[in-house]
Write a protein of this length. Structure first.
Length: 162
């Protein structure tokens, strides 16, 4: 990677990434596992990382970009330490999910275009269903489910993760 690109990453991250590329160099069918592990290392898939994967593994950048943009599991922008998934499914919708989402956006200073806080503490995602309809309206913060939400409860929940 170029000196400029490497400035953003720790030496340990760069070492892990180099080992990853060494492990998969010359192997077929390696795009998805390499992307998954690179994202695990860096937290997202920066352009410089995608270019390096393309160069080192001899895979056209267009193919790599196609895979990254096809699968929802891959992220091209930095994400917050805490991922909030706000359920917008039918049961949650009927029980006030729209107001919960609006309160989350207000508390975090986010909107539809900006989904990650500038301090990288939170990323807010709207999801179709969490599968906890009996707790509607519901959201998840990382692996913890918070149900029977009210707008008044949001600041306290967010404070636990700040």
């Amino acid at each position: 990677m170029s000196e400029k690109a490497a400035e953003h990453f720790s030496e340990q991250d760069l070492k892990l990434f180099a080992e990853l590329l060494d492990e998969y160099r010359g192997k077929k069918g390696n795009v998805i596992p390499v992307l998954q592990q690179a994202q695990e290392i860096f937290g997202y898939l920066p352009k410089s990382v995608l270019i390096k994967i393309s160069e080192e593994l001899g895979i056209p950048i267009s193919r790599i970009y196609g895979v990254v943009t096809f699968y929802a599991q891959f992220h091209l922008e930095p994400r917050g330490k805490n991922i909030i998934r706000s359920c917008q499914g039918t049961a949650c919708h009927v029980r006030g999910a729209k107001a919960i989402l609006a309160e989350l956006e207000k508390q975090l200073g986010l909107d539809e275009k900006r989904v990650t806080t500038s301090d990288l503490k939170f990323t807010l995602e709207k999801v179709a269903c969490i599968g906890a309809c009996g707790l509607a309206p519901v959201m998840m913060v990382n692996d913890s489910t918070h149900g029977r939400l009210t707008t008044e409860a949001i600041p306290g929940i967010l404070a636990r993760y700040a």
